[in-house]
Design a protein around this ligand. Structure first.
Ligand SMILES: [Zn+2]
Length: 550
């Protein structure tokens, strides 16, 4: 599934520009039951009814927006009118099928109840229903957002529903079935369309991108699928936007930027500071957020979402997809907090958000919430996590008493702190360290292209420049992580984000090479013999031929 994100053949890019005219949601709209994603239960029931010729005169399709209600309605219209006969597999080639797809089939009447002008004509339209279809087998009325019909329009429809002419079929669609009169409901065969699961949306996006010849990064598709909230239509129009925004590629950073999803790294920093009981780090993170003018309301919301996912990771680890971009971090945090901690933090986040409007200002409200989290977590004063917590076991007693009851805890913690210091020092000299640890191949290349940021507990935070992001593959990261773990003799975790200041070992080496080359050129330039040659014989020094003496 891993694709190289950086290789976008130029010809693909150009080909895409020519195709951009038709929106993806329209272009890839399912044309038959088999193509309809995520509604297998409804499709099966309707297909069986069609195959066995058990036709009802009114269908009600319910479900949230963008799950495929009108798409399904049009496929049913084709199934009923296909020239091959009533079928679960309309041919897609006969006049009826083609005209329905093109939206110009005379016996398919589509109404949007949300628009009033059409509702005014309702009575007239229904009177028309009495006449036989012009070219099809059935006159099909698709009424979208049917709950928006006025009472009089419903009454007009009810009359037709009570004594439906044999050639009339109603397909009603609604997001809000509760607003439909029971008298109408009772005359319809009802199907509830589900929200489409994230994995199926992602699969569909992947398949569309494959057919469009657009390269993508899997985490970007995860972000898009999640943002679509169960709606395939939203997913495809987000994908449209993402392709435009990323100039023909679908990449994680650009999708994040587009979705306004702030890099959630800061949330992880907050939670890690809580794990360590590190108050100053917590507040400086809040400061940094203020400096970036992030919304504190959104931040608390996202924090609650993140805590929910951590609780999931603790309770049902399988609920997290394998390619979930934040999987490792979520599982790590799930181990650092007890289940009760997570519940507590979640409550505090939610209450903090509720009280944000009452706070003197948003920053005060937010930082107060963080301090409340810190104050209520069973941590030792001075900021080290109670060792038990690392096991993920729920804390049975308040930490303060536990620490007294367990001699040796303080020593262990001190020892841990003592161990940490040299590690941090060595990590700061990242270039040197990468040269010393036992790692080769792509994992070494990854190390050479990273900069050390911070050590937070067992997490080594590295940054990799955008241009080398493709090196951050699980296989390479795991190897580098293992090599560092072996070197320091303890379990360490790597967290690599993009960014950097141009001081990775590879960049430093390159700069040094450039510098020594410049020096070599300069020394040759200033060499008296060379100067004489240049001045008297109009010679030119070919810079590319100069190599510094190693
Ligand atoms: Zn057909």
């Amino acid at each position: 599934m891993a694709r190289s994100p950086d290789v976008v053949p130029a010809e693909n890019y150009r080909r895409f520009e020519h195709k951009v005219t038709l929106a993806l949601a329209r272009k890839w709209r399912p044309k038959n039951f088999a193509e309809l994603v995520g509604q297998e239960h409804v499709v099966r029931a309707i297909s069986n009814a069609l195959t066995q010729n058990r036709l009802h005169h009114a269908y009600l399709l319910t479900g949230t927006r963008g799950v495929g209600k009108t798409t399904l309605a049009r496929i049913i219209a084709k199934a009923l009118n296909c020239e091959t006969g009533v079928t679960a597999t309309p041919c897609g080639r006969c006049t009826a099928c083609i005209e329905i797809d093109a939206g110009r089939f005379v016996d398919l009447i589509e109404l949007d109840a949300a628009s009033n002008t059409q509702v005014d004509n309702m009575r007239e339209l229904l009177e028309n229903a009495l006449y036989a279809p012009t070219s099809g087998r059935f006159k099909v009325y698709i009424i979208d957002e049917v709950h928006m019909l006025s009472r009089s329009a419903f009454n007009a429809m009810l009359k037709t529903l009570e004594e439906p002419p044999a050639h009339v079929k109603f397909i009603l669609a609604t997001t809000d079935p509760q607003k439909i009169p029971v008298t109408v409901l009772s005359r319809c065969l009802q199907f509830n369309l589900k929200q489409i699961p994230l994995a199926q949306i992602r699969g569909q996006l992947e398949s569309v991108l494959g057919k469009e010849g657009v390269t993508f990064e899997v985490p970007a598709l995860n972000l898009l699928s999640r943002a679509a909230e169960g709606s395939m239509r939203d997913a495809l129009s987000l994908l449209d936007q993402a392709i435009a925004h990323g100039a023909g590629k679908v990449q994680e950073t650009s999708v994040r930027e587009m979705l306004g999803a702030v890099d959630r790294g800061y949330l992880f920093s907050i939670l890690n500071a809580l794990v360590r009981g590190d108050g100053p780090a917590l507040l400086s993170e809040a400061d940094r957020m203020a400096a970036r003018s992030l919304s504190f309301d959104t931040a608390l919301q996202e924090l609650a979402t993140l805590l929910h996912r951590i609780a999931l990771a603790q309770t049902v680890p399988d609920a997290l997809a394998d390619d979930e971009p934040e999987r490792e971090s979520l599982i790590a945090l799930g181990r650092s907090f007890s289940a009760e901690d997570v519940q507590l933090l979640y409550q505090i986040a939610i209450h903090g958000r509720r009280d944000l409007g009452l706070a003197p200002d948003e920053f005060a409200g937010f930082s107060m919430t963080l301090m409340r989290m810190l104050a209520f977590l069973p941590l030792e004063p001075g900021g080290k996590a109670v060792p038990d917590r690392a096991s993920g076991r729920p804390a049975e007693k308040p930490a303060a008493t536990r620490a007294v009851e367990q001699p040796g805890v303080a020593e262990k913690l001190n020892q841990k702190v003592a161990e940490t210091r040299p590690i941090e020092a060595e990590l700061s000299d990242w270039r040197n360290l990468v040269g010393r640890i036992k790692v080769g191949g792509m994992a070494r290349m990854l190390g050479d292209n990273c900069e050390f940021q911070a050590l937070q507990g067992d997490n080594i935070e590295l940054v990799v420049p955008e241009a080398h992001k493709h090196l951050v593959e699980k296989g390479y990261t795991d190897k580098l992580q293992a090599a560092l773990g072996d070197y320091f003799g303890r379990k360490l975790r790597l967290r690599i984000s993009t960014g950097g200041s141009g001081r990775t070992p590879a960049e430093i080496e390159n700069q040094e090479r450039q510098a020594s080359l410049a020096k070599a050129i300069e020394s040759i330039d200033s060499d008296p013999f060379v100067r004489e040659l240049v001045e008297n014989f109009d010679a030119r020094i070919k810079d590319t031929s100069i190599k510094p003496i190693q």
